[in-house]
Design a protein around this ligand. Sequence first.
Ligand code: SAM
Length: 181
Amino acid sequence: MADADRARWDARHAAVGAGSPQPPDALRGRLELLPPGGRVLELACGRGAVAVWLALRGFAVDAVDVSGAGLAAGAALAERSGVGERVRWVAADLDAGIPPSCAGPYDVVVCQRFRDTGLYPAMAERLAPGGLLVVSVLSEVGDTGGPYRAPAGELAAAFADLEVLAHAERDGEAALVARRT
Ligand SMILES: C[S@@+](CC[C@H](N)C(=O)[O-])C[C@H]1O[C@@H](n2cnc3c(N)ncnc32)[C@H](O)[C@@H]1O
């Protein structure tokens, strides 16, 4: 990622006030799919709302983002929430792939509102047997299209080797929840 893009993300994260822990969007209404505990990898974690929510549920979370401002906000939220020791904040540019320090295996892999099709195989590979993948991206379905949006069927095709538990494409968003068998 170019320095200017990283600076833009830093500015965006710094400009937004403190967040609160939140479940992954794709799991709302289906939290029973989460395993009872274990290790989580979250890619492009932003200000850490999902990472901290998962830590509050008892998971040990590796949360990756390129933005130092986002990670700092996440670390502050984790401390305030009493789970500072359960999240490892990893500064890394995912353009270079998932960092070697996040080799897994993971019981849950989450990636929300960040799309890099080149990472899809590595995300599936990081899953432990029985592990849960939770992905959401901007979609062309229900929108006018654009460079960052997934064409119809992208997630289902990319993760065809997993057992699909939920899949939706509408209103400009696509989400997939799937399990490694
Ligand atoms: C739209 S935000 C989504 C944040 C979070 N997942 C959420 O749902 O709120 C996209 C995130 O991706 C991060 N990001 C963008 N490009 C990245 C890259 N190449 N490597 C790592 N993180 C990146 C940004 O810093 C930002 O936090």
